[in-house]
Design a protein around this ligand. Sequence first.
Ligand code: 3EB
Length: 311
Amino acid sequence: MLGIAILGDGDAGLVPPAIPTARIATPVLEGPQSMCEIWRTRGPLETGLRGRVRYRCSDTMLFGALEIGEGAVPVGGASRLQHATEAAYREVFGLLDEKGYRALFRAWNYFPGINDEADGSERYRQFNAGRQEAFRAGGRSTTGHVPAACALGTAGGPFTLYFLALREAPVAIENPRQVCAYHYPQQYGPRSPTFARASLALSEAPPVLFVSGTASIVGHRTLHPADVVAQTEESFRNIAAVLAEAGRVAPDGTRFGLRDLSYKVYVRHPADLGAVRAGVREHVGSEAPVVFVQADVCRADLLVEIEASGG
Ligand code: 3EB
């Protein structure tokens, strides 16, 4: 076991203390109040702590988790969230450089009030500024070779980041239906988001694919505002396009099908669960693992966001 993310009310239950654990206050919308996302790989595994990052790694892959309270960072010209985000990523990159897992593969970002205005700007934009600054400071590309990611608003808690990193760089995959997020126009904020639509590790056997949080965005615009059914449909058109791209990149006929992946679905309004679930099951079938949680999506007009992984 590499690491765990506990979604929902955070009751850790029987989590072994050696395993890095992220607690994410995204209420679970059906089933138990608390769910564990468990990341596994082949051993032997080594555990450690560097600064605030708890990590566990195999020969090829490292899982890490950290939280940074916004009160614990200095307030300068920039916002506290921007500082917390930048501090978190600087610690992560320091660890990855030191341990030799240079390639950030997948990053999950969570913090409360993502759509709130504070210190003169929207908190998602402050997060983007801090993230991009840390990538630059760490000597990393902010376009092209960037990880798969998501960024969601929680019901509370500190800024929390958990991630997977690799010794051998994965392949970044974009969606021909969407503008690359790192090239979004300025209307979405002065500093672009730093993520790819998907990331594919061909160094693992079988290859591992992460599809980033995917929403109802075509080009750079939100489609179907106020229509959660149409947003769910559009999100699957985007995921299908990303999977087709992944299939083109993968060697020797590896193909990724909607029904073969595991999903986490972020629903802004709990009352939309039934409509979203029906749309999701139409595309992924009855067998694919799907967890539905409540979270705020990074644009106020987005009602649903869907992430996937497989391999
Ligand atoms: C989007 O496509 C929707 O900032 O890391 C999706 C995945 C979104 C990742 C991020 C944001 C992020 O722009 C939002």
